[in-house]
Each structure stands twice: as structure tokens, then as C-alpha cells.
Design a protein around this ligand. Structure first.
Ligand SMILES: Cc1cc2nc3c(=O)[nH]c(=O)nc-3n(C[C@H](O)[C@H](O)[C@H](O)COP(=O)(O)OP(=O)(O)OC[C@H]3O[C@@H](n4cnc5c(N)ncnc54)[C@H](O)[C@@H]3O)c2cc1C
Ligand code: FES
Ligand code: FES
Length: 1326
């Protein structure tokens, strides 16, 4: 299939394209095959990663290029390969990140800068980021004005915008943005974050080097005819006549342009024919006359945007420019590059897709041209949308946008409110308003007519608020008219039953209409006009500044900010993840069939007879477990889990079976189509809430053998309450779950080996436990099971229990079928089975003095642990540790771990601690509100003294000198200018009524426990060193630290030629048959424990080598490292050392300290929030690697931002996860991170009990995102004050509980859904 000569052009019967300069001809392929499927299964280019398969994450982005003979130029653009159909690429050149550069041919400056700016952690997202950015670079550099040497013509803002559609769960985005900005001529490297490049020494970038390597081929291929192939079932009509004939045959046809619609509507349907619409001139043209501009329906949205901008600028037509600006928030660049305007409208018309474009075009009075049979007709947008759904044979030909802005009386604005302001998120509501106005003699504004369109709010299609339009027609705008218009619009915009947040969406309609209409009243009034224009401006800001400060350590090269090991091959896409391992011959693929019921008997699994999925080889269930084996899926400290719910399911999301098929796609389709026959007769009702668990006394106990996991109470609660001046009694807080959203979903590959052995490659945090689980399931000894883990594409606690089940299912299937079996769980299924963070309900009673001093706290906490015990007994222990951050006087609690029929909850980064810390902050906020005190003062008053710290944390408290929180707090208040900014925030709030700001400073006290870890260091003949550790590299930079620690400890032998020893050290993958007792990687301390283990090994080696070294030095006067090792090998000195690091019982636990200040701005009209600035100071002891620790701090903080601001992991009434895709589960993107992010890793000197004086960084900073939550709350308080000032009586109190996550609807609801109405009422009040 693959050819290296470019001589043969396609003849239209075969698909011809090339990838990274290699030519491919394809004669047979399923036409539904995506580019990603093909690249990953049929080429060596595995850099294209599958993160979602929905167009929502960017992990799969590649760059396409094609020669355009009309323009005589090569078009270069990024697309998501997971949605792009392979057959649509005839004549295209495809570039993946391996094609930009690699280990063999040298890396591209993008790769070098991503590595040098520490912009890659787990690396799973990195290839996609590189390609999104490369596309921007390639297009920027076509400009006539050559950029300064080493730079591109991109501005810093454009560089950052280029990657806003890509998601990263590890880094927090700041280093990625900086790596991209380093190419921008207007960015000064001094202003960018931590990197390895000295001033003026950035890896050189010359756009000329990127002269498109494959243009030559593209030119040749474009001369080939279009693809029309019966065998591929792919047809490319080049005229409307051909198209009409093709669609008229009654077959099941799929008209296709960019195919991005399948990201939303997952299709299992099989079609007879695929008809590519992109080569019909009428569908591709852009024409204009005096009436307007017309786009062919197949025109990509990105090109519609550039044409509208060009036209808008040329004609000074603001309407066109504003439409273009709104469209820039539709999806992401890599989607807009292939998504057509027509495809969007057809989805909106036929399938009620919540389109932005339909709303925009409805407002401006567009028309569309349709081909029905052989007849063409033109209808208005209203007729198009309100008409019956288009027939499958109907074709949308073009869209006409009228020229409206003759510079006179036409006004146009559009709006959308979405979790991510810059796009890549569907809106809760969008709107576009057009008005033709006249000025009255008295200077007022009168409406000749208005077209007011609203969409995406849970209707069949975008609608016009005709009642409001009619009401406004002929009216002169006054506050009274405005008030009435607002009243009517509230009645007109009515979401359908079942739509989420209906009241919020209605309130948005009010806000948007109000924003629009107020531009016509009293425009000189700053109250109205000035502040509203600020609304629009603020959300466009970019993440622009960051400062990172670090101090060096005493243990060179430990403490050096060297780039993460393998970051560069992660960028070039050469790093191998489990699913990148080439499939062995005869490999099969599996997918999980999970329960959709919480508690039900499983009578059987079958497939629909009508359209049975293809490719099924077997359905694996508990029935096939071999003799001697058990239905065993996972093991953990506190108990085991079954693999299959073969008899009765315990929760929705419980695994019932494993469908094995020829390909992953077939397995996924089969699993989705599986029909499970349930029976609930005679079963008790499931327990789905913590209250039901209490009623049924359904709890997990802390195991008797882990008494230390029972958290300790402090003091006498009754006495503390008696001392209190004030009390808050029995207040409730509820906290929801959170999904890990590792970019690489659960995956494993099992290969049967000789003598009943099994080799399993697993993406897991605990290979040792996988080994145990598989051995138990298969009924073999553990030495028959080798589990290999090289790296994980993110984990965050989520790759423990569920990962074991996936690996065990693969191994069981492989054993039964005697064939290799692999599985890569699709995102939707992964989100359903994952479990996630523990939700909980908290009821607290707190006593405090008038001064703000806390005297007593009691909390009752009901934790939903789900069905299996998993690691849940840790949660109360960690939760209380987080809660103890303040001196409560006395602390008592009653915590119950509820056993429910929900998916089993597991560890997620900062488990328990984030909730404990949050509860503490929520209480402090309420206390401060009641006392009308600054929350930061209440915090400070209740900081521990070193004595109370000992009381609350016992031995974990350490020496008094190690209690750095007060120092950190003072430093932060000073360095962040907290006091001055608090005053500025107050001023801002006084002069703005539609935007409010809040600033908050929050500390963290975080207890960690260090566990034992093995290590092994071996020195090879040439002096190179190979290291194994009982920890897994999952992006946290553990291998980098281990490499540094090994180098440091071996260097103590002091030979010549050791300067570059670090280059000779390689840390290799975890292999359970090579290094045993690896245990679990997690809890933030594995890196330091592994470092300690390799230091012990290295010390042993140094001891063994020292006598020889002394002798040789004496003989020779000097000694090279390589000579020493060569001689040691000759003398048979044992150069492999094993060790198991076990911390002293007295130094096993310690406390971490840090603090963050966040300043947040909210839009009271929409509930949108932006983090204006965050400053963090974090105590890392002596950081083992400040660049790695900084990455952990920023990344962890950003995950916390997700928890507190965005991520809703929701279930239906049966406990089945409903927010199970990138469409409705929103992790932070570059839009959501602080616009200014300053972080400092504090060096706190020599800590004798710590490993090389270091402290943990992986989890504690997550908790600091509570500063964002508290900042939002402070801003909401201001909005409520404002409301009170207008005479409102409800929802104005400063004493309220803001829900987590504080999403847009939550913020808006607490600000007042009728904020606008209250404002108008106040204006109209006599
Ligand atoms: C991740 C993501 C985010 C998105 N975010 C937004 C958003 O925020 N706002 C928004 O408005 N949209 C959004 N979209 C929708 C996006 O704009 C559409 O998916 C896209 O425009 C469809 O165009 P396409 O060429 O890919 O259509 P295809 O997927 O090729 O086709 C879609 C459907 O339309 C039919 N079809 C296509 N063209 C024609 C035609 N000319 N005549 C008849 N039938 C036709 C196809 O048969 C198919 O049924 C998003 C999409 C994705 C994947
Ligand atoms: S995998 Fe293609 S966008 Fe996520
Ligand atoms: S580095 Fe971006 S997802 Fe891990």
C-alpha cells in the first residue's frame, strides 16, 4: 500500500494521498474509516492520539495541505483526524508531528521549544498542540513582510489563540502558551515563563526551513481526477446533475463535507454510498453582488470567517465583521477548518443541533438555496428552519448573507454564554439582534423594525422573539419600553421540558436583550453604556503574563530545572503509549458492555438481530473463567472487586461483559449495540443516595487492621461551643464528583506467552496489583504474569482499579482465544465506568468569638463511596487532615462511608483533602460574612501556632521551624499586593454594576504519607546506567527526578568524566517480573520515595566501587568513570544494586504548606467568570526539580479550577453518568486559566527527615484553587449588595452557600436571575 515514488497519480478509482512524504494508494477501505483510524492502524505514525473521537480535545490534530491550482498556492490547515474521513483526502498531503521532525532527522523548533519550556508532562496532548500551532506558523509565514530572524510573523496573541481548542489535563497551559509565544516577534523571552534557553539562544526557527516539503507531491496529485470508486463506496460528483443522479437512487446515502457532525451524532449506521459535496462548484463558490455575499454550502466555516472579515473591513460593514467574530467562537480552529457552513445549518434544521450560525443568519435575514430532486429553490432562513426536516435527498446549495450596514441605521450584535468564553463549548443560549433605527427629534431612538433571534436554549431550532419584535416596532426606546420588552422576551424564550437550567437560559435571554437595547438609551450614561462595553472587552483578554521563581538546591544535579525526560519525543510523537505498541499478528480488540441499571439481575446479553454489528469474535463474561481462576477484576488494600457482574449488577457502569471483535471500532459499536436483558423482580430498591444508605445502614467500615486510618478528634466540642459568642448551626454543603479526564483513556494489551504465561502492557498506576488480579482471574501463579508499564497518558488516581479490570478482561480474553487482545476504552464508556471523586454531604455546626476566633467545629459527613470499598477508607482520614488546616479550638466529627449502588468512587488527585480544605474555607467564609469581617483576617486569626499544629497533626507537624505557613502568607500578601488590590477591587465594584470582582487569599496545609518503594541501579560495560523504580511515570516527572537523584548519588565517587553522567542514566519501564513490590504510584510522594531508593542503590554501588577507585586513582593519578567501570566489570564487581526504601516511622508523614491569591471577575448578566490573576507561593523544601514541581503546581491548580468552577459529573436517577463526553463535561481550557499566573517555589532550607530536603508538589496545589472559588463568592457578594441597593429583598444576603462547581448558571443564580429586572424596577421606581 505504501510507496515511495511520486510518479503515479491517482486515476479516481483509488484513493491516493501521502503522509509525511510517504505515498499511499488505497483500493479498499471501509468508507467510514477516519484518518485517525488509518494512521494508527496502517502506518507507523502513532503520534495522532485518540482523546475523545468527538472533535473536542485536539489530541488527534494533523495538518493537511493541498495545492489549489486556481489560487496557485498550497493550502495548509489543521483538522481533527478523528472526524476526518480518509476517503475525503484524495490528493492531500498529511503531516503529523513526526513529519515535522524526529529523533532520526532532527527535531523541529516547535518540539525543542515545547520541551525547553516544560510544556509537556504526560505528553499525550502534545502532538496535537504541536500540529495546531504548526498550522498557525505555516499560515503566518506566508506574509510578504519577513519576520525578524528566529521568529514568525505571528503575534503573541495569535500564537496563543492557535492552540485554544486543544485540551491538556496536566500542565495548566501556561508553559504551552509560552512555548508558542516564543515564536512571536512581539514577545520578549524575558516575559515568558521558566525555560532552558538563555537569552538569544532559542532553537533557531526559519520559516524557510518549513517550505512545504510535500508541495511537489500535492501538485502532482491535484491533477488526478476526483475519487469515484465503487469498491470504496465513495463518490465525488463535480456537478449538480451528477449529484442529483447519485442521490436519486433510493440507496442509503451519506452526503458528507467535513464529517464533523459525527462528533456530535455518533453514527453506528452503515451507508451504501458516501457522496462528497466538496467538488461541486455551486457548493464551493463565494460570490457577491450589491445585495450581499453568498457562500456555497460546502464552504468551511474558517473560510467564511476570513471572507466576511475581508468584506466587512473593505465595506466597513460592521454586521459582517460581527458575524465573523461570533463564528470565531464556534468550535475550534481545527474543526472550523473542515466544518462547512452548510453542514452546520443542515444539522440545525434536521436534527435540532444548537447552532450559533443558524441564530446569526436568522437575525440578519439570510436566505438559502436548496436542491430538491432536480429543482432548485430559494427560501428564507425562517422558512428553512421552521419548515419540516430536510429529506435525505435534499441538498443545501448555498447561503446568502445580505449587506445591511450601509453605515446608517442598522445595528447588529450577537451574544453567547458558554463555559469556555473563546469557543470549543456549546452555549447555554445564543442570540443575534438586528435593528433598524431612526433618531427622533428629541434625541431618542425609535425602532423601525427588529429581528431578534435566540438559539441553543433547548428548542428545535433558532427562533425569533416575534412578540418582542412586534412590540418594539415603531416605539421610541425608553426605560419603560425596555422593561416591557424584557418582560415579553422572558415569555417568548421557553426551553423545552428536560432542558437543563431553564430559568438560567431565560435569564440570559433577558440579559442579552437588555445589553442590546441599552446601547440605544442614554448612550452618554456611563452606568449603562460604559460598563456594558467593558463586558465585551474583558472576555477577549488572553493569558498574557506569568512569572516563576525558584531557588537552587544543595545536591547537584538534583534541584536543577532540567526538562522532563522524554519531553521532546513526546512532542515529536515518538513516545510509545500502550495503544501505540504495534498490534501483534492476529490481535483482537475488546470493548466493555456496562450496566445501565443500578441493581438488576443480568439474564443475558444479545445483539439486535436486525442490524447485528459486524466483526464480533466472542463475548467474554464470567462464564469463561478457567478452572482454578476466579471472577476477579481488581485488588486494593481493603478488598477485591469482581471482574464481571455476571449475576446481579451493583451499579450503573458496572462491567457485564467484554465484546471481542476484529477491530476496536467494531468492538465499540458492538458494545454500544449490546442489549442487556435485566430483571429487577424481587430485588430491593437500589440505594442511590447517602440518605438512603443511612436509612438502610449501608456503610463501609474502616478495616480493623488499619486503626491509624481512623482520624483523631481534637478537644472538647461542647466546651468550645460554650465559649463561643456566635454559632452557626446545622448548615449543609454538598460536593459533587469529578472525572479524571486523563487524555489517554483506559487501555491494555495482553499477549499469551509460552508455558501458560501472559505478557500484559497496561496503562496503570499499580502494575503489581494488575499482576495479582490477572493471576487470580486466570488461576495461575503471579510469576506467569508479566505486566509492563512504560508511561501513562495521565492518570490522576483514575488508573488504579478500573485499569486493572480492563487489563484483566484483556488477559482473560487472550487466554481463552489464545490470541493477543487489546482494548482502548472509548471516552464515553470510560466516563461512565470511571467512578471519580467521592461526592459528599456535609452538615456542620461551628462556634466562634466576636473577634473571629473559632472555638469549636462539628461536622457530620456522609460520603458516597459507591459499591466497592476501593480505597475509600482513606477518604475520611484525608478529609479530616484537610479540615485541620485551621485551629478550630475543638474539632469533632461523625463521618460515614456510605455503600451505595453508584459506581465505585476512587482516588482522585488530592482525594479527601480537597473536600476537607474546601469545607474549612466554606465555613470561614460564612463566619466572616456573619461578622462582616475580611475572610482573610478570619483565616489568619485561626492559623495554627506550632503548639496547636502538634495537637491537630501529631508527629506529622514536624519541627516548629518547618511550619512555614505564616511566612508564606506574609510573603504572598506582600508580593501579590493583596492589600492594594483589595482596595482597587472595592473601587472597581463601586463603579461597575454589571461586572464585579472578588479577591481572596487561601492557605493550604496538606499532610502526605511516604511509603516504601523499591529501586534498582545497574551500571553497564560502557558506563551507562539503567535504573528501575517501583513508580510509574504518568507525567509527573518522576523519571526525571530519579535520573537526577541517581546521578547525584553516583557522582559522589568523584571520578573524571562524570560531568555528563546524567546523559548516561536511563530510567526504564516498570516490569513486574524484574522489580517486585512496586505497589501503587500516587499520593504525591512516590517520586521522592523512588529517589530515595535509587540513592540507596547508588550508595551501595559507590561503596562497592570505592576500593577499586582508590587503588586506580593511586596508580594512575586520575580516574575516568568509564575506565573505572570497565575495570570493575573485569574484576567481577557486582554492578547491579537493589534496594527497598522504607521511611523511618517518625518521618513517614509530613505537612506541606502553600498559599494562593486569586482575583476573579464575574459578569453579573451571564455568570461568566475570568481569573484575572493568581499568585502562588508553595513550599517545596529543596525542590528536586523546580521546573517539574512548577509544572505540578500549575497543573494541579488548574485541575482544582476545574473542580471549583466547571466540571459537572452528573448522573441520571439511576446513577448512570450523563455528562459523558467532551460536549458536556468541560475541563479547563486555555480560556479558563488565570490571565496572569505568578508562582514561586519556595526553598525552605535543610530538612533532615526529607529525601534530599524535598517536599511533595503533585496534589496540594490543587486545593489552592479554592482561592478562585472564594474570589467568585466575594464577587457574587458584591452583586447581591448591588441588588439590595436597588431595593430587592431576596437573594441579597452576604451569608449564602455558593455551590461547587460554581458554573455559569450557579453564579448567575446567586447574583440574581432577575438582576436586570431589579435594576429596571429601581430605575422606574417613583
Ligand atoms: C467539537 C465541535 C464543536 C462544535 N461547536 C459548535 C458551536 O459552538 N456552535 C455551532 O454552531 N456549531 C458547532 N459545531 C458544529 C459544526 O459547526 C458542525 O459540525 C459543522 O459545521 C458541520 O459541517 P460538516 O461539513 O462537518 O458537516 P458533515 O458532518 O459533513 O455533515 C453534517 C450533516 O449534514 C449533512 N449535510 C452536510 N452538507 C450538506 C448539504 N450541503 N446539503 C444537505 N446535507 C448536508 C450531512 O449529510 C450530515 O448529515 C461544533 C462541532 C464540533 C465537532
Ligand atoms: S480525539 Fe480528535 S479531537 Fe479529541
Ligand atoms: S501533558 Fe497535556 S494532557 Fe498530559
Amino acid at each position: 500500500m505504501e510507496k515511495n515514488d511520486f510518479a503515479v497519480a491517482g486515476d479516481g478509482s483509488r484513493l491516493v494521498f501521502e503522509v509525511n512524504g510517504k505515498r499511499f494508494e488505497v483500493e479498499e477501505v471501509d468508507p467510514s474509516t477516519t484518518l485517525l483510524d488509518f494512521l494508527r492502524s496502517a502506518t507507523p505514525f502513532k503520534s495522532v492520539k485518540l482523546g475523545c473521537g468527538e472533535g473536542g480535545c485536539g489530541a488527534c490534530v494533523v495538518v493537511l495541505s493541498r495545492f489549489n491550482p486556481v489560487l496557485n498556492q498550497t493550502e495548509i490547515f489543521s483538522v481533527s483526524s478523528c472526524l476526518t474521513l480518509l476517503c475525503s483526502l484524495n490528493g492531500f498531503s498529511i503531516t503529523t508531528t513526526e513529519g515535522l521532525g524526529n529523533t532520526k532527522h532532527g527535531f523541529h523548533p516547535i518540539h525543542q521549544r515545547f520541551a525547553g519550556f516544560h510544556a509537556s508532562q504526560c505528553g499525550f496532548c502534545t502532538p496535537g498542540f504541536c500540529m495546531s500551532f504548526f498550522s498557525a506558523l505555516a499560515n503566518a509565514d506566508t506574509s510578504a513582510q519577513p519576520p525578524p530572524s528566529g521568529f514568525s510573523n505571528l503575534t503573541a496573541s495569535q500564537a496563543q489563540t492557535a492552540v485554544t481548542g486543544n485540551l491538556c489535563r496536566c500542565t495548566g497551559y501556561r508553559p504551552i502558551a509560552d512555548a508558542c509565544k516564543s515564536f512571536a516577534a512581539d514577545a520578549d523571552i524575558e516575559d515568558l515563563g521558566m525555560n532552558v534557553f538563555a537569552k538569544g539562544e532559542l532553537p533557531p526557527y526559519d520559516p524557510e526551513d518549513d517550505v512545504w516539503p510535500y508541495v511537489r507531491v500535492c501538485k502532482q496529485e491535484c491533477s488526478s481526477t476526483v475519487l469515484n470508486s465503487e469498491s470504496l463506496s465513495w463518490f465525488t460528483p463535480v456537478s449538480l446533475e451528477e449529484l442529483s443522479s447519485l442521490v436519486a437512487d433510493g440507496a442509503r446515502n451519506k452526503l458528507v463535507v467535513g464529517n464533523t457532525g459525527t462528533g456530535y451524532y455518533k453514527e453506528a449506521e452503515r451507508y451504501d454510498k458516501y457522496i462528497d459535496l466538496r467538488y461541486i462548484p455551486e457548493l464551493l463558490m463565494v460570490t457577491k453582488d450589491e445585495s450581499g455575499i453568498e457562500f456555497g454550502a460546502a464552504f468551511p466555516i474558517s473560510r467564511v470567517i476570513s471572507s466576511l472579515k475581508e468584506e466587512g473591513e473593505g465595506k466597513s460593514d460592521l454586521v459582517l465583521t460581527k458575524i465573523a467574530q461570533h463564528m470565531e467562537r464556534v468550535a475550534s480552529i481545527f474543526i472550523r477548518n473542515s466544518a462547512s457552513i452548510g453542514g452546520n445549518l443542515v444539522m440545525a434544521q434536521r436534527r435540532s443541533f444548537p447552532s450559533d450560525i443558524a441564530t446569526l443568519l436568522l437575525a440578519v435575514g439570510s436566505t438559502v438555496a436548496l436542491l430538491r430532486g432536480r429543482t432548485q429553490e430559494r427560501i428564507t432562513m425562517d422558512e428553512f428552519l421552521y419548515g419540516p426536516p430536510l429529506a435525505p435527498t435534499d441538498v443545501l446549495l448555498s447561503v446568502h448573507i445580505p449587506f445591511l450596514d450601509s453605515g446608517s441605521r442598522v445595528c447588529f450584535e450577537s451574544y453567547r454564554a458558554a463555559p469556555r468564553p473563546l469557543g470549543n463549548a456549546l452555549p447555554y443560549l445564543n442570540a443575534a439582534f438586528l435593528a433598524d433605527v431612526s433618531f427622533t427629534e428629541s434625541g431618542g431612538v425609535s425602532f423601525n423594525y427588529a429581528r431578534l433571534a435566540f438559539g441553543a436554549y433547548g428548542t428545535d431550532h433558532a427562533t425569533r422573539a416575534r412578540e418582542v419584535e412586534e412590540y418594539l416596532a415603531g416605539k421610541t426606546l425608553t426605560v419603560e419600553v425596555l422593561d416591557e420588552a424584557v418582560r415579553i422576551v422572558k415569555l417568548s424564550v421557553e426551553p423545552k421540558d428536560g432542558t437543563t437550567h431553564p430559568a438560567y437560559r431565560k435569564s440570559l435571554a433577558v440579559s442579552f436583550l437588555f445589553s442590546f437595547l441599552t446601547t440605544f438609551i442614554d448612550v452618554s450614561s456611563p452606568t449603562f453604556f460604559g460598563s456594558l462595553s467593558e463586558v465585551a472587552a474583558a472576555s477577549n483578554e488572553e493569558t498574557d503574563t506569568a512569572k516563576q521563581l525558584v531557588e537552587s538546591s544543595d545536591y547537584y544535579p538534583v534541584g536543577e530545572p532540567i526538562p522532563k525526560v522524554e519531553a521532546i519525543i513526546q512532542a515529536s510523537g515518538e513516545a510509545v503509549y500502550v495503544d501505540d505498541i504495534p498490534s501483534p499478528p492476529r490481535c483482537l480488540h475488546g470493548a466493555l458492555v456496562y450496566s445501565t441499571k443500578p441493581l438488576a439481575r443480568v439474564k443475558g446479553v444479545s445483539f439486535e438481530a436486525v442490524q447485528e454489528p459486524s466483526g464480533i469474535v466472542d463475548v467474554i463474561s464470567a462464564k469463561v473463567i478457567p478452572q482454578g481462576g476466579q471472577n476477579f477484576g481488581a485488588t486494593a488494600l481493603f478488598g477485591s472487586e469482581y471482574l464481571f457482574a455476571d449475576d446481579t449488577t451493583a451499579s450503573a457502569g458496572d462491567i457485564i461483559a467484554f465484546v471481542v471483535a476484529r477491530s476496536q471500532k467494531e468492538a465499540n459499536v458492538a458494545a454500544r449495540m449490546a442489549q442487556v436483558d435485566y430483571d429487577t423482580q424481587g430485588l430491593d430498591p437500589p440505594i442511590l443516595t447517602v440518605e438512603e444508605a443511612v436509612e438502610n445502614s449501608s456503610f463501609f467500615d474502616t478495616p480493623f487492621y488499619e486503626p491509624h486510618l481512623k482520624p483523631e478528634m481534637v478537644g472538647d466540642f461542647s466546651k468550645g461551643m460554650a465559649e463561643a459568642d456566635h454559632k452557626i448551626l446545622s448548615q449543609e454543603i454538598t460536593l459533587g464528583s469529578q472525572y479524571y479526564f486523563y487524555m489517554e483513556t483506559q487501555t491494555a494489551l495482553a499477549i499469551p506467552d509460552e508455558d501458560n504465561c501472559m505478557v500484559v502492557y497496561s496503562s496503570v498506576q499499580s502494575p503489581e496489583y494488575v499482576q495479582i488480579a490477572i493471576a487470580r482471574c486466570l488461576g495461575v501463579s503471579e510469576h506467569n504474569v508479566r505486566v509492563i508499564t512504560r508511561r501513562l497518558g495521565g492518570a490522576f488516581g483514575g488508573k488504579c482499579q478500573r485499569a486493572m479490570k480492563v487489563a484483566t478482561a484483556c488477559a482473560l480474553a487472550a487466554q481463552k482465544l489464545r490470541r493477543p487482545v487489546r482494548s482502548y476504552i472509548d471516552r464515553n464508556a470510560d466516563m461512565i465506568i470511571a467512578g471519580g471523586r467521592h461526592p459528599m454531604k456535609i452538615t456542620y455546626t461551628v462556634g466562634f468569638k466576636e473577634s473571629g476566633k473559632l472555638t469549636a467545629l462539628h461536622v457530620d459527613i456522609l460520603i458516597d463511596a459507591g459499591f466497592f470499598i476501593d480505597v475509600s477508607p482513606f477518604i475520611p482520614y484525608m478529609l479530616v487532615a484537610g479540615l485541620k488546616k485551621y485551629d478550630w479550638g475543638a474539632l469533632s466529627f461523625d463521618i460515614k462511608l456510605c455503600k451505595t449502588n453508584n459506581t465505585s468512587k476512587s482516588m482522585m488527585r488530592a482525594p479527601g483533602d480537597v473536600q476537607g480544605n474546601f469545607i474549612a474555607e466554606a465555613i470561614v467564609e460564612r463566619v466572616a460574612s456573619l461578622l462582616s469581617m475580611e475572610a482573610s483576617s478570619v483565616r489568619e486569626i485561626n492559623f495554627h501556632t506550632s503548639e496547636s499544629l502538634k495537637l491537630f497533626y501529631a508527629e506529622a507537624a514536624g519541627e516548629a521551624s518547618e511550619y512555614t505557613l505564616p511566612r508564606i502568607w506574609d510573603d504572598l500578601i506582600r508580593s501579590s499586593c493583596y492589600m492594594e488590590r483589595t482596595v482597587a477591587v472595592e473601587q472597581f465594584n463601586r463603579s461597575n454594576i454589571w461586572r464585579k470582582r472578588g479577591i481572596s487569599c487561601v492557605p493550604v496545609v496538606y499532610k502526605v504519607t511516604v511509603s516504601g518503594k523499591p529501586g534498582k541501579v545497574s551500571i553497564l560495560n560502557d558506563g551507562s546506567v539503567v535504573v528501575e523504580v517501583g513508580g510509574i511515570e504518568m507525567g509527573q516527572g518522576m523519571y526525571t527526578k530519579v535520573k537526577q537523584a541517581t546521578t547525584y548519588a553516583l557522582s559522589l565517587i568523584k571520578c573524571d568524566g562524570m560531568d555528563n553522567l546524567i546523559e548516561k542514566v536511563r530510567v526504564v519501564q516498570s516490569d513486574t517480573l524484574s522489580l517486585v513490590q512496586g505497589g501503587l504510584t500516587g499520593g504525591s510522594t512516590t517520586s521522592e520515595a523512588c529517589c530515595a531508593a535509587v540513592i540507596q542503590c547508588s550508595t551501595l554501588l559507590v561503596e562497592r566501587l570505592s576500593p577499586l577507585a582508590t587503588t586506580l586513582k593511586d596508580e594512575q593519578g586520575s580516574l575516568e568513570w568509564n575506565d573505572l567501570i570497565r575495570e570493575a566489570h573485569k574484576q567481577s564487581i557486582n554492578l547491579a544494586a537493589n534496594s527497598y526504601f522504607l521511611p523511618e516511622s517518625t518521618s513517614k508523614q509530613y505537612l506541606n504548606y502553600g498559599a494562593a491569591v486569586s482575583e476573579v471577575e464575574i459578569c453579573v448578566l451571564t455568570g461568566e467568570k475570568s481569573i484575572l490573576r493568581t499568585d502562588i507561593i508553595y513550599d517545596c523544601g529543596q525542590s528536586l526539580n523546580p521546573a517539574v514541581d512548577m509544572g505540578q503546581i500549575e497543573g494541579s491548580f488548574t485541575q482544582g479550577v476545574g473542580f471549583f468552577m466547571l466540571e459537572e459529573y452528573l448522573t441520571n436517577e439511576e446513577g448512570l453518568v450523563t455528562t459523558n463526553s467532551t460536549w458536556d463535561y468541560k475541563i479547563p481550557s486555555l480560556d479558563n486559566v488565570p490571565k496572569e499566573f505568578n508562582a514561586k517555589v519556595l526553598h525552605t532550607g535543610h530538612l533532615p527527615d526529607r529525601v534530599l530536603s524535598s517536599k511533595a508538589s503533585g496534589e496540594p496545589p490543587l486545593v489552592l484553587a479554592a482561592s478562585v472559588y472564594c474570589g467568585i463568592r466575594a464577587a457574587v457578594v458584591e452583586a447581591r449588595k448591588q441588588l439590595k441597593g436597588w431595593g430587592a429583598t431576596q437573594g441579597t444576603d452576604a451569608d449564602f452557600q455558593l455551590d461547587v462547581p460554581a458554573t455559569l448558571p450557579v453564579v448567575k443564580q446567586h447574583c440574581g436571575l432577575d438582576y436586570v429586572e431589579a435594576y429596571l424596577r429601581n430605575l422606574l421606581a417613583p
